[in-house]
Design a protein around this ligand. Structure first.
Ligand code: HEM
Length: 503
C-alpha cells in the first residue's frame, strides 16, 4: 500500500471512513433509522456471524507456538526429515483441550486433556493429535459418537449425567483402563504444563532402507506432573473457569517456556506378532520393561498467538496428516480418525481450511485443488488447474512410496472387538497400573474419586448400573471393588445373594 494512503481512521471492512460510530442516521432526533445507514448494517451483520461451530469434542482449548529440537539420532527407525539431524529445529503449534465441555466450560473438569501438535516440517505438516493418557475408552471408531454422547448433556435435562457415563462404561468393559486413569489424580491436572502427552495409538516409522517399525509417542513434561485433588479442581471451577488458559498464557508471557521431552517406544513387526496383547488395541499400553523409552527431542512452547480466534480456534489437526518416514498402523481407532478429522474441519472451517495461516504448510504446496468458499491463497493464479499437463513441471515422486504391506488375514468380517480374537482382557493392564504403578496415596485418591463420581448415578437403573460397574472393579482388583462398594453404601452380601438367587 502506498504510504500516503495509510491512516488510522475507523473504516468499514471495505475501507470507507466512518464519520460517526455511536449514533445511527435517523430522521430527526426522535425519528426512525434510515435504511441507508450501511455502517450500522455492517456492524450488526458481521457481529451476527462471529461464531463458527465449536469443535464437536475438545471445544475448550488453549494453544501456543513453539519449537521442536532433535536431541537424539533415531534414523535407524525413520527417514522423516523432521528428525534427520541432532540440533535440528522445527516450528510447532500445540493445542491443549478438555474433551467433553463446551467452548466456555471450566478448565479443571475431570476429563482427559487433548495434546495436539502440528509440526511444520519441510515435507509437509505433521499432526500428532494425542491426549494426556496413553490409552482410550474404546477400541472401535463405530462407538465414538455413542461414547461422546454420554460425556455431553442429557437430551431431556440438558445436564451432564453421571448415569449416562457409568451406564455406558459399565456396558463397555474395554473402557476400564482409561476410566481408571480418569478417576486417578491425573484426571484433574494442574493446567496444561504439568501433564504428559501421548500419541496413544500405535503408529509406524519407515527408515531409509524402507523398513517399518511400529512406534508409540510420549511427551514427558519437564515441569513435573502436578495434579489437583477433586476438591481443589471443584474449587477452581468456581474461582477461575479459565485456569489452564491463564496459566499457559502467563507463563509464556513471563518467558517461563514449558517443555516436554519427546520419546518413543518401538516394536518390530515380528515382535508385534508375538506379544501377548494386541499392539494395535488403543485400550492397551506397551510395557516399558519390554519396550523402553528412547529419547527423541525437546518440545518447547515459546510464543503466544496474538489472536486466539485466528490461531487457536481456527487450528485444525488431523491424524491423517503424516509426512514421509512416518506411517499409520492397523489400529482401528486410528483408521477411523483418518477420515473423521478432515471431514470435521470441512464442516467447521470450510473446504479451504488448510489455507488458514495456522494450518498452512509454510513449505511447498502444489496441487490442482481450486476454488471453493474462501479461497484466499491466490488459487493457483494462471497456473494449470489439471494434471497431467504440458505447462508446469509438477510431478509425483515415487521415491516417497511406502513399502508394500503383507496383511495377516484375507477374510473380511465384523470381528467382535471384545471376543477372544479381538483381545478381551480388560483387566490385567488396569490391575497392574493400580497395584504396581500407583503409590498408596494415589490408590486412595483414585478410590475416593471413583466413589465421588459413581455416587452421581441416579434413577431407576441406579443399582443395576452401579453393580455392573462394581463387577468390573472387582475383576480388576478385589480391594478396589470392595472399597468402592463400601463408599457407595452397597451391601455386597445382598447383591451376591440376589444375583445367585436369580440364576
Ligand atoms: C474414533 C475415534 C475418534 C473420533 C471419531 C474423533 C473425532 C474427533 C473430532 C470430530 C474432533 C473435532 C475436530 C475439529 O473440529 O477440529 C476431535 C478432536 C480431537 N480429538 Fe478426537 N476422535 C477420536 C478419538 C480420539 C483419540 C483416541 C484421541 C487421542 C489419542 C483424540 C484426540 C483429539 C484431540 C486432541 C482433539 C482436539 C484437536 C484440537 O485441538 O483441535 N481423539 N476428535
Amino acid at each position: 500500500m502506498a504510504e500516503e494512503n495509510k491512516h488510522n481512521k475507523l473504516t468499514t471492512a471495505s475501507g470507507r471512513i466512518y464519520v460517526e460510530n455511536e449514533n445511527s442516521k435517523t430522521v430527526g432526533p426522535r425519528g426512525p433509522i434510515l435504511l441507508e445507514d450501511y455502517i450500522l448494517h455492517e456492524k450488526m451483520a458481521h457481529f451476527n456471524r462471529e461464531r463458527i461451530p465449536e469443535r464437536v469434542v475438545h471445544a475448550k482449548g488453549s494453544g501456543a507456538f513453539g519449537t521442536f529440537t532433535v536431541t537424539n539420532d533415531i534414523s535407524a527407525y525413520t527417514k522423516a526429515k523432521v528428525f534427520n539431524k541432532i540440533g535440528k529445529k522445527t516450528k510447532v503449534f500445540l493445542r491443549f483441550s478438555t474433551v467433553g465441555g463446551e467452548k466456555g466450560s471450566p478448565d479443571t473438569e475431570r476429563d482427559p486433556r487433548g495434546f495436539a501438535v502440528k509440526f511444520y516440517t519441510e515435507d509437509g505438516n505433521w499432526d500428532l493429535v494425542g491426549n494426556n493418557t496413553p490409552v482410550f475408552f474404546i477400541k472401535d471408531p463405530k462407538k465414538f459418537s455413542d461414547f461422546i454422547h454420554t460425556q455431553k448433556r442429557d437430551p431431556y435435562t440438558n445436564c451432564k449425567s453421571p448415569t449416562m457415563m457409568w451406564d455406558y462404561w459399565s456396558l463397555t468393559p474395554e473402557s476400564l483402563h482409561q476410566v481408571l486413569i480418569l478417576m486417578s489424580d491425573r484426571g484433574t491436572p494442574v493446567g496444561y504444563r504439568h501433564m504428559n502427552g501421548y500419541g496413544s495409538h500405535t503408529f509406524s516409522m519407515i527408515n531409509a532402507k524402507n523398513e517399518k517399525t511400529y512406534v508409540k509417542y510420549h511427551f514427558k513434561t519437564a515441569q513435573g506432573i502436578k495434579n489437583l485433588t477433586d476438591e481443589e479442581a471443584a474449587q477452581m471451577k468456581a474461582k477461575d473457569l479459565d485456569f489452564s488458559q491463564r496459566d499457559l498464557v502467563e507463563s509464556i508471557d513471563k518467558g517461563d517456556f514449558p517443555k516436554w521431552n519427546m520419546k518413543i517406544q518401538v516394536m518390530t513387526p515380528e515382535q508385534a506378532k508375538k506379544v501377548d496383547f494386541n499392539p494395535f488395541d488403543l485400550t492397551k499400553v506397551w510395557p516399558h520393561s519390554e519396550f523402553p523409552l528412547i529419547d527423541v527431542g525437546v518440545l518447547e512452547l515459546n510464543q503466544n498467538p496474538d489472536n486466539y480466534f485466528q490461531d487457536v480456534e481456527q487450528s485444525a489437526f488431523a491424524p491423517a496428516h503424516l509426512v514421509d518416514g512416518l506411517g499409520y498402523s492397523p489400529d482401528k481407532m486410528l483408521q477411523g480418525r483418518l477420515l473423521s478429522y478432515p471431514d470435521a474441519h470441512r464442516y467447521r472451517l470450510g473446504g479451504n481450511y488448510e489455507q488458514i495461516p495456522v494450518n498452512r504448510c509454510p513449505y511447498a504446496v502444489n496441487n490442482y485443488q481450486r476454488d471453493g468458499v474462501m479461497s484466499v491463497n491466490g488459487n493457483g493464479g494462471r497456473k494449470p488447474n489439471y494434471w497431467p499437463n504440458s505447462f508446469d513441471e509438477v510431478e509425483v515422486d515415487k521415491t516417497y512410496q511406502e513399502p508394500s504391506e503383507q496383511l495377516e488375514e484375507n477374510i473380511a468380517d465384523w470381528y467382535d472387538r471384545n471376543s477372544k480374537l479381538g483381545g478381551n482382557d480388560h483387566y490385567s493392564q488396569p490391575r497392574a497400573l493400580f497395584r504396581d504403578v500407583m503409590s498408596k496415596e494415589e490408590q486412595d485418591n483414585t478410590i475416593k474419586n471413583t466413589i465421588g463420581a459413581m455416587s452421581g448415578v441416579s434413577g431407576p437403573k441406579r443399582d443395576l448400573i452401579i453393580n455392573r460397574q462394581l463387577c468390573h472393579w472387582f475383576r480388576m482388583d478385589e480391594e478396589f471393588g470392595a472399597r468402592v462398594a463400601k463408599g457407595l453404601g452397597v451391601d455386597l452380601n445382598a447383591v451376591m445373594s440376589a444375583s445367585s438367587g436369580s440364576h
